[in-house]
Write a protein that binds this ligand. Structure first.
Ligand code: NOJ
Length: 754
């Protein structure tokens, strides 16, 4: 068996160290880690020495098994490459049985028996689907987000997957872009926390464990800022904006030990990300010290030709590998061109060696050389998928992710004896609810619909009158009548409205962010009945909801909430859980306001509605400047009051801690959780500074009538920014501090940094 040879290599690498250190007990931890690193290096050195150029190039090749289609299909027979030892990894395969078959070929039939990596888009759960990533971010609960990624890794790894193409850490401020659904929203600080939590969740503390998998920070970089929100479109931005807003979550992923990076599809300032040396080498490896490997996005090297950056595939390959790409996803460019490029002196042997070695290194860290079948265990797969405790966690995450946008006259929570008319295209849905990029999530009816969730909670459907009313996205109004009839018979109407899962996500940009089809028209008809109206939204992005906000008494943003979504929604509707989610992204009033985000600059002519003469100010003639719902916004069934914002001093030196305290009181009649948010404004800078920047938050649980002192500590490092000369440091001067319930509704104080 070929793999025996690798064992031998492994053994030879360990031998010299066996005498000098007790590897098993690790008495001296530092010495132990350094020996382990030396063993790894020795093994990789010996393996690299044995490999032919072709085999090294083979490691840089990744093809899809085609079980799922996540991009343009290519006519590549990857099995031939696999047998020839010309394949480093496979993606889009997701069963222990399937991966075993392929791993066996790699291990037993190729010359050196080097095992494969198996990649997959495990984004918000694998089989047990959690809320979409944007929804998870709305929980502002890092422990829970880490746990959700941990469970996703547990499930995925039991099916043979050892590499996820997640987390997506792209900051996104344009809800026309469908992929806002896959990230953590618009804010840098929140994005950084979420990136760390997700990497930690997927990778755990030891990659060689059977249930931890490689994470992949994507899409590097600035993919979330395409012009006009059209997917894959051009990105052009200053280096200051890039470093201030778009890079920090990627850097945070590196600091959290992320193993791989994925390049973006877009060009950045004229250079496609997959050929961008500035991003991939200068910043990622040299500045940040990233030691994993870089994979491209799907055929994105090939796409440098239509970008107008490469004249042919060969040049594209040369530009990509020299920029710092290590693995080519689905394009076959490295496979077909690296050898020639080396012969022509356009690519160095060292560069090819570095790429191959960085991939082998990750295989080593996963423990695949020790046991190539570590992640492949049909029994574990059976026992692991959809465990009840995972489903419970998914329900919990879903509850935490939902944001109460409106609740006039405390219409919610509903009392159980009310007769409800449950209306809308998503009221009985159990397919759309798991959202886009739902990995192995089931679209055949196993997810809990809202109807089912309510039925379960009430113990019967006798208080539910159901009517679909209309489809998600067509113009048929023929079922309106029946829905109106249902509404008339009920005490309260609950409408479940939104997008289909294909309407947000990759290649799903929209220019109209209203509820699609005739859903608004249906709402209008139902409104005429005069019944109290609750709207539940299932969608992947901020929608424009001015009309709904006007006519509904209560609105709950439930996102696509996953396998247990319907149960979680029922929990919130009937007060089994008190909503605590806060928007991780601004909801605009209309599309014309986009991009609209809370940490904008002031301009030289900031609009002030209080001033009498309002002509020459930065504003729209036809709509207010403010969003419909600001960043950080979200209501609770209880009410919270903020008082006594106090700083321990008024002036601070650069090395002093700044202590900020506020009293939070639960003044309502329900127990509940509040996300206390801390923002700062640097009033004057050598480059202009945003109106507000999130610098901290804390999720606090308070019983009704309870109060708590909440404190934050920041220092001058937290006030640093990219100065005129691009140095990253804080500047002396005056600052405002804000603490409150969302980015708009805050208490204010100030301090001086000297
Ligand atoms: C294209 C997407 O942009 C990326 O996010 C995904 O990981 C790959 N396809 C693989 O499916």
């Amino acid at each position: 068996m070929k793999h025996k040879h690798l064992y031998l290599l492994l053994l030879i690498s360990i031998l010299p160290f066996l005498t000098s250190c007790d590897l098993s007990t690790g008495n001296n931890q530092t010495e132990f880690s350094s020996k382990k690193d030396q063993i790894r290096e020795t093994f990789l050195d010996s393996l690299m020495q044995e490999m032919t150029l072709e085999e090294k190039i083979g490691q840089t090749v990744l093809f899809s098994a085609g079980w799922n289609v996540t991009g343009p299909t290519l006519d590549e027979n990857y099995i031939i490459y696999l047998r020839d030892g010309m394949l480093g990894a496979i993606f889009n395969m997701h069963s222990a049985k399937g991966s075993k078959e392929f791993q066996k070929i790699a291990v037993e039939e190729t010359r050196l028996g080097i095992p494969l990596l198996f990649g997959y888009d495990v984004i918000h759960g694998h089989k047990t689907i959690f809320p979409i990533s944007l929804g998870e971010a709305a929980s502002w609960d890092m422990e829970m987000i880490e746990k959700a990624s941990r469970i996703a890794a547990e499930e995925a790894s039991s099916t043979g997957i050892n590499w996820t193409f997640a987390p997506m850490v792209d900051i996104a401020r344009d809800p026309r872009w469908g992929r806002v659904s896959e990230g953590a929203g618009e804010d840098v600080y929140l994005g950084v926390q979420v990136a760390k939590a997700r990497v930690q969740g997927f990778q755990g503390n030891d990659l060689s464990k059977y249930n931890t998998i490689l994470a992949c920070a994507k899409h590097y970089a600035a993919y979330g800022a395409p012009i006009a929100g059209r997917d894959y479109n051009t990105v052009d931005m200053s280096e200051r904006e890039l470093r201030t807003t778009y890079l920090p979550p990627f850097k945070a992923a590196v600091d959290a030990g992320v193993s791989t990076f994925m390049t973006a599809f877009n060009e950045l300032n004229g250079v496609p990300a997959s050929g961008n040396k500035f991003l991939l080498t200068d910043i990622l490896r040299e500045e940040w010290g990233f030691e994993g490997f870089v994979v491209t996005d799907y055929t994105s090297i090939n796409e440098m030709i239509p970008h107008g950056f490469s004249k042919d595939e060969k040049q594209a390959g040369e530009q990509a590998i020299n920029a710092g790409v290590d693995m080519d996803m689905q394009g076959g460019i490295f496979l077909r061109n690296l050898e020639t490029l080396l012969a022509e002196g356009k690519v160095s042997e060292k560069r090819i060696n570095d790429a191959a070695r960085s991939i082998l290194d990750m295989k080593y860290q996963l423990g695949l050389f020790e046991d190539p079948y570590r992640y492949i265990d049909t029994q574990r797969e059976k026992e692991t998928l959809s465990k009840p405790k995972y489903l419970e966690a998914a329900r919990d995450m879903a509850r935490k992710s939902m944001v109460l946008l409106k609740n006039d006259n405390q219409l919610l929570p509903l009392s159980k004896n009310k007769k409800i008319a449950l209306i809308g295209p998503l009221a009985k849905d159990d397919r759309e609810i798991i959202g886009s990029w739902a990995a192995q999530g089931d679209r055949t009816g196993t997810a809990i619909s809202v109807f089912e969730g309510i039925d379960d909670l009430l113990g019967s459907d006798k208080n539910i009158i159901y009517a679909k009313g209309c489809e998600i996205n067509d113009d048929d109004q023929s079922n309106f009548k029946q829905a109106v009839l249902a509404a008339k018979q009920a005490d309260v109407v609950v409408m479940v409205m939104g997008e289909s899962h294909q309407m947000s996500g990759e290649a799903a940009s929209r220019t109209n962010l209203d509820l699609p089809g005739v859903q608004k028209e249906l709402i209008a008809e139902i409104k005429k009945t005069g019944k109290p109206l609750v709207i539940i939204l299932m969608n992947g992005r901020p929608l424009t909801l001015e009309y709904e906000n006007k006519v509904a008494d209560a609105i709950l943003e439930a996102w696509w909430s996953g396998t247990m979504g319907g149960a979680a929604i029922a929990d919130l509707l009937y007060g089994e859980y008190n909503p605590s989610g806060k928007l991780p992204i601004t909801f605009p009033r209309n599309v014309g306001q986009i991009p609209i985000y809370y940490n904008a600059k002031n301009t030289g002519r900031p609009y002030n509605p209080v001033l009498p003469h309002n002509t020459y100010w930065s504003r729209y003639l036809d709509v207010d400047n403010s969003p419909l719902y600001p960043f950080g916004y979200g209501l609770s069934y209880t009410s919270f009051e903020y008082t006594d914002l106090i700083l321990n001093k008024q002036e601070y030196s650069f090395d002093e801690d700044i202590n900020i305290r506020v009293t939070l009181s639960n003044t309502g009649k329900y127990d509940g959780e509040e996300v206390v948010q801390l923002y700062v404004q640097d009033l004057v800078g050598n480059v202009t500074r945003p109106l507000k920047e999130l610098k901290g938050f804390e999720k606090v649980y308070l019983k009704s009538s309870e109060s708590q002192l909440v404190s934050f500590t920041i220092n001058s490092d937290d006030l640093a920014f990219y100065n005129l000369d691009m140095s990253f440091k804080a500047e002396a001067g005056e600052f405002k501090v804000f603490v409150g319930t969302n980015s708009d509704d805050v208490l204010e104080s100030k301090f001086i940094l000297k």
